[in-house]
Structures are given as structure tokens and as C-alpha cells.
Design a protein around this ligand. Sequence first.
Ligand SMILES: Nc1nc2c(ncn2[C@@H]2O[C@H](COP(=O)(O)OP(=O)(O)OP(=O)(O)O)[C@@H](O)[C@H]2O)c(=O)[nH]1
Ligand SMILES: [Mg+2]
Length: 193
Amino acid sequence: MRPQATERKGRDASRSVKIVVTGPFAAGKTSLIRTISEVAVLSTERDVTDADRVRKRQTTVAMDFGRITIDPELVLYLFGTPGQKRFDFMWQILAEGMLGFVVLVDAQRDDSIAEAADILAFFRDIAQVPYVVGLNKCAALTPADVETVRRRIGAPPSVRVVMCDARDRESVKGLLVELLLAVLDEVEATAAV
Ligand SMILES: Nc1nc2c(ncn2[C@@H]2O[C@H](COP(=O)(O)OP(=O)(O)OP(=O)(O)O)[C@@H](O)[C@H]2O)c(=O)[nH]1
Ligand SMILES: [Mg+2]
């Protein structure tokens, strides 16, 4: 799938791009988009009705949508996916036309890391676009743990794996900048061929 961008011509010419935030149930995807969005986030959260209810009362059932202006010429539209497997039909729909994606994981939980590996494999299969891995809830992680999580998720050494806090604006900004750098790396690599 080719990266897509729309360009508005004129005095305030700006480029808007689509970024997807995916990852397992309760990784912090909705929190991340709410933390960084400059507009009220459109969320589709409903009460959790299955066994996951002990972890969290509400879950995303379709998508989250937010927006962040990186500079006057670059606006990111952020789409958060549902985490629960029963809504995975939305993943492919939301991935359409994305420039890149973030895989967010609850780094405290083995099951979240295992699920993130499956989700990453799915997204890599449907879209050959740059991505970063965000390790949320990472207070107890050491640098060695980061490498262990990288291996378990199946991200190669060239992929940025970044500790983050989805509730902290600067941290989320840092993660998105890493994604944009990954996009630039790819542009440069393509130009060099
Ligand atoms: N400790 C900690 N808790 C967090 C962090 N980010 C989010 N949370 C909490 O973890 C839970 C994750 O919530 P969501 O943002 O709804 O997660 P989600 O990935 O959108 O979940 P689904 O849509 O259900 O897949 C919430 O209770 C948050 O308050 C973080 O960086 N650290
Ligand atoms: Mg959510």
C-alpha cells in the first residue's frame, strides 16, 4: 500500500497525513490520542461486556480520531484502532492510506506483548509503511528489557522501540517525532536507490 498524503495549495499550503495508533486491549491508544489531540477526540467507546471488564470499564469499538499540527505545513490525523480481537475487522479499514503507524503495548503485561506481536505482523502484512513501537506503562523497564520486548514483538533492530507515557504530552510528541523520523529514513532510502 502506498503512503498517501493530501496537499492543499495556496498561501497556507499544508500537508495532512494519516497515522494509525494500534495495539492490544488497554495498551493506552485512546489515552495517547486524547493526550496529544488539539481537537476534541472523536471516540467510540462502549462498556466492556466480557472478561476484560475487570481491567477496564470501556473499550474502543470502532475508532478514535484526533488531530495534531506538527508545524504549519504538517498536520497529522490520528486514528486509533480497537484493541479487542472481536473488532479486528476495523484494523484493515483504518489502515487504508496511512503514512505510518504506532504499535502501542502495555509493557508491564506479557499477554499485551504477545498480542502486539500478532498485531504488528498483521499490519506489516497489509501495509509496507514505516512504524514505531511505543512501550507504554514502562516505569519499571530497563534498557535490556526494551531489547527483550523488541525481540518478542518481532521488530527488527532498525525499528525504533521507544518508552513512552500515553498520558504525557511531551512523551507522546516524542513518540510521533520518532515515527516521522522513520518516515524520513524511508524517503531517503528510497531516494538513494
Ligand atoms: N500507568 C499508566 N497507565 C496508563 C497509561 N496510559 C494509559 N493508562 C491507563 O491504562 C488504561 C488504558 O486505557 P485506554 O487508553 O482506553 O487503552 P486503549 O488501548 O485505548 O484500550 P482499548 O480501546 O480497549 O483497546 C486506562 O485506564 C488509562 O488510564 C500510562 O502511560 N501509564
Ligand atoms: Mg481505545
